[in-house]
Write a protein of this length. Structure first.
Length: 117
């Protein structure tokens, strides 16, 4: 059974930092590209950051220079370090694992991030 379990969300003041973690089980982690998405009420889920099996990263323009995605294949975990948080970063953040060559994709349950004073 595949599980992606996010943690690290919460309430933070503007300008603050949070680190999200996503622990994967049931997959061969180092064969998957990993991503973080977010969704605000009434909107679709948007890509925040991604990291390939080989470590290549990609970021949404809105988070470039503030967020950093990384992975630890030994721990089957992907991270999202979020700095200089803004109220508009408030959303539910979802972890995604994709292995496009075999058309497999899995999602976590999401973790709430709220940026507010």
């Amino acid at each position: 059974q595949v599980q992606l379990v996010e943690s690290g969300g919460g309430l933070v003041q503007p300008g603050g930092s949070l680190r999200l973690s996503c622990a994967a089980s049931g997959i061969t982690f180092n064969t998957y590209d990993m991503s973080w998405y977010r969704r605000t009420p009434g909107k679709q889920r948007d890509l925040v950051a991604s990291i390939t099996r080989g470590g290549t990263t990609n970021y949404a323009d809105s988070v470039k220079g503030r967020f950093a995605i990384s992975r630890d294949n030994a721990k089957n975990t992907v991270y999202l370090q979020m700095n200089s948080l803004k109220p508009e970063d408030t959303a539910v953040y979802y972890c995604n694992a994709e292995r496009s060559i075999v058309a497999l994709q899995f999602w976590g349950q999401g973790t709430q991030v709220t940026v507010s004073s």
